[in-house]
Ligand binder design. Structure first.
Ligand code: FMN
Length: 312
């Protein structure tokens, strides 16, 4: 039986179900070119800001367990103008290019979205999982700021605009965010960003493992999969096929990819497994997904998408 993992996000076609996530190994042009040559079905670029940033002091990333990471990178990036340039140079790889943007004010978000609307990217992912105005929660946790952000950025051009969302843990928050997404016709969502503000301690040195933010760090990798699955499912139920869904968070194997597909995700982004294992992960995760599809008698992504069953 021939099985295809071709899929699409907001009308943009992807040759396979699996691509990279913004963050790991996608900051420099050389890293993006490696993604172009790899089996990642898209090139998602590092979240960029208006000005280049060095990021936080090191150590700012550490491995925990076999498949987990904690990090407080502080958005090191080359500044958005470089990524606008890169989007043109990366065209030669013939796969979709995704910009990821984060502003420190609503005006910065407008500048960033406007710039990428005029660039060669295919999709724009707005990262709302970073602190914005001092003393306020990150934008994704502040529904008032979210409404302002969407009202100012959604009409700025024709390229599909999506939201990279933080994890939510309460159905009321899924409801509120889904209403905003539908009100402003957001084209896709990426669920989830790393689990914010977790603490890891070295009991032998009695110190935090990460230096910035008194050791508070984003958690990613295998341990967060149940949270990302729940968020994907929650948005799949609420957005009813009108908005594409990128799963992201704890996808490290073909079995994980199949679970995200059953939960309703259109495609899977992989961050931690790429950081730890390199570009082979795109190949073996997609191959493992094909094995799972064959086992269950599905021949395409469409056939299996959202087919999660509940215990009666
Ligand atoms: C080192 C590192 C850097 C990251 N930087 C970004 C970033 O710049 N923008 C963003 O939206 N997410 C960033 N993330 C979050 C990932 O895109 C992803 O949402 C998260 O790690 C969960 O997926 P995973 O378990 O497959 O890693 C970063 C993650 C890691 C590990």
């Amino acid at each position: 039986m021939s099985v295809s993992t071709k899929t699409s996000i907001a009308g943009v076609e992807l040759d396979s179900y699996v691509c990279n996530a913004s963050g790991p190994k996608c900051t420099a042009y050389s890293e993006l070119a490696e993604l172009g040559k790899s089996d990642s079905s898209a090139i998602i670029m590092k979240t960029c800001t208006i000005q280049p940033r060095e990021g936080n002091p090191k150590p700012r990333l550490a491995r925990i367990g076999e498949h987990g990471l904690v990090q407080s990178m502080g958005l090191p990036n080359l500044g958005y103008k470089k990524y606008v340039e890169f989007s043109t140079k990366l065209k030669k790889y013939g796969k979709p290019i995704v910009a990821s943007v984060a502003g420190f004010s609503l005006n910065e978000y407008i500048t960033l979205v406007e710039a990428f609307q005029k660039s060669d990217v295919d999709l724009i992912e707005v990262n709302v999982g970073c602190p914005n105005i001092e003393g306020k929660p990150q934008v994704g946790y502040d529904f008032g700021q979210m409404r302002d952000l969407l009202s100012l950025t959604c009409g700025l051009g024709k390229k599909p605009l999506g939201l990279k969302l933080p994890p939510y843990f309460d159905p009321a928050h899924w409801d509120a965010m889904a209403d905003l997404i539908l009100d402003y016709r957001v084209s896709f969502v990426s669920c989830i960003n790393s689990l914010g503000n977790t603490l890891t301690i070295d009991p032998w040195t009695r110190k935090t493992i990460i230096k910035p933010k008194k050791g508070l760090a984003g958690l990613s990798g295998e341990t967060i999969k149940p949270i990302s699955l729940a968020n994907v499912r929650a948005f799949c139920e609420r957005l009813g096929g009108k908005v594409s869904i990128f799963a992201v968070g704890g996808g490290v194997s073909g079995v994980d990819a199949f679970e995200f597909l059953l939960a309703g995700a259109d495609a899977l982004q992989v961050g931690t497994a790429f950081e730890i294992n390199g570009a082979d992960c795109f190949t073996y995760i997609n191959k493992g997904l094909i094995t799972m599809l064959k086992y269950h008698g599905f021949s395409s992504i469409e056939e299996a998408k959202g087919k999660l069953e509940y215990l009666q």
